[in-house]
Design a protein around this ligand. Structure first.
Ligand code: LLP
Length: 386
């Protein structure tokens, strides 16, 4: 990804910043499109992974819908030109104004996470004399085998409607006049590398949907959520996730009924590998076991390592000297402000350019102004500078 010409250009820009490789992003999106089109599956891009204008515009260009988890995201999707009929809205805590916004805009579906939420959507829609489309987000109690902070489909998680509430939710749904049941929604977690978890999900969906049909509620839409993982260890070797295998699995296992649509909400897998956090080494300092390479990017720019002990590959783009071990840390006043311990890097010195890879998803969007730092800027491979 980084040849010497590009490295020279990156060197001229004030660090830290995010750099997005739009060519890789296009390759990735083309692959998603091609593989999902094979089965006529519809993909809604999960804005929460990265909501930058350029990225959203490209998602829209490719014809993907938008999966939102706040009224702010719904608003952003509308501003960027997404067709409201391709916007879905999930989240356990939708505020009244967010529901109003979604109803006014005529979005494709509220993914409803509880009975009280369903009742409030009905009430607000009634006041507006409108009908709101709702899909029920069910908690399938399937283990995604991923980090517990990003597991969502277990009964102990706050997400979705649990098994024991199903009878009740159907009773409520059948009584409400201002909501239209369009389908079922699931999302079991994120960064899922073992596709077996999706197989378990499909089997649960097959049996759950039979139950709904037996209650005379036909789920026209089956929304299977997102969650496909990316290879953080080898971004160079696997820049594009295996979408072919992913979609083929659903085609193999899901038992569809005539007229049913299958939807997905992919976030990370569509954007992670095309983003890199670029930083410079400020100081190298001797530690007890290894040396510290202190860089100018910190957990305020990319919080994933501090928050989830997530691994991101760290590379020194400026040096080709023999390798040594470094703890690569940021400038923030917290010990968790670290990007990796005892990692091998070519001998590193002040001013070297450090690339923190696979940071296109849940990187820039999760940046904060902790320590009153400025938010990181973003540059794109087709900017004039490049
Ligand atoms: N749909 C719903 C309802 C979700 O909650 C999520 C992610 C997605 C779709 C998209 O999932 P993806 O395809 O990106 O796995 N900040 C964490 C990840 C949190 C994911 C939250 N939900 C991280 O940095 O790993």
């Amino acid at each position: 990804m980084f040849d010497s010409k590009l490295i020279k250009k990156l060197d001229r820009i004030d660090t830290p910043f995010y750099y997005y490789d739009l060519e890789l992003l296009r390759d990735t999106l083309s692959e998603v499109k091609q593989e999902s089109d094979k089965y006529n599956y519809k993909v809604h891009y999960a804005l929460k992974a990265n909501a930058n204008d350029r990225i959203l515009r490209m998602m829209n260009e490719y014809g993907f819908g938008a999966d939102c988890v706040s009224g702010y995201e719904v608003r952003r999707a509308l501003e960027k030109g997404f067709d409201p009929r391709k916007i879905v809205f999930a989240g356990v805590g939708k505020a009244d104004w967010e529901i109003e916004l979604g109803i006014e805009a005529g979005i494709a579906a509220f993914n409803v996470e509880s009975i009280p939420e369903l009742e409030i959507i009905d009430e607000i829609a009634g006041k507006k004399r409108k009908i709101a489309n709702v899909a029920l987000r069910l908690n399938p109690n399937v283990n995604a085998n991923t980090h517990h902070y990003i597991t969502t489909g277990l009964e102990e998680n706050k997400f979705g409607i649990n098994q024991w509430d199903l009878e009740k939710v159907v009773d409520v749904l059948l009584k409400l006049n201002n909501v239209r049941f369009i389908g079922l929604h699931f999302h079991i977690g994120s960064q899922i590398m073992n596709l077996e978890a999706f197989k378990d999900l499909c089997l649960r969906v097959n049996s759950l949907q039979e139950w709904f049909v037996s209650k005379r509620l036909f789920p026209k839409v089956l929304n299977l959520g997102g969650g496909l993982g990316v290879d953080y260890e080898n971004p160079e070797k696997n820049p594009v996730p295996d979408f072919k295998k992913f979609f083929a699995l659903f085609d193999e296992i899901l038992e569809l009924k005539p007229g049913q649509e299958v939807h997905f909400e992919l976030g990370r897998s569509m954007v992670a590998q095309s983003g890199t956090l670029i930083s410079k080494v400020l100081y190298v300092k001797e530690g007890v076991h290894t040396k510290f390479a202190i860089i100018d990017a910190g957990m305020s720019d990319l919080i994933r390592p501090a928050l989830y002990q997530a691994y991101h590959k760290v590379e020194n783009l400026s040096s080709d000297l023999p390798e040594e071990k470094y703890d690569v840390v940021g400038p923030i006043c917290e010990s968790s402000d670290s990007f990796g311990k005892a990692i091998n890097l070519p001998k590193t010195g002040r001013g070297d350019i450090i690339a923190i890879r696979s940071a296109g998803a849940y990187g820039e969007v999760m940046a904060s102004r902790y320590n009153l730092r400025r938010l990181p800027l973003a540059y794109y491979s087709d900017d004039d500078l490049f």
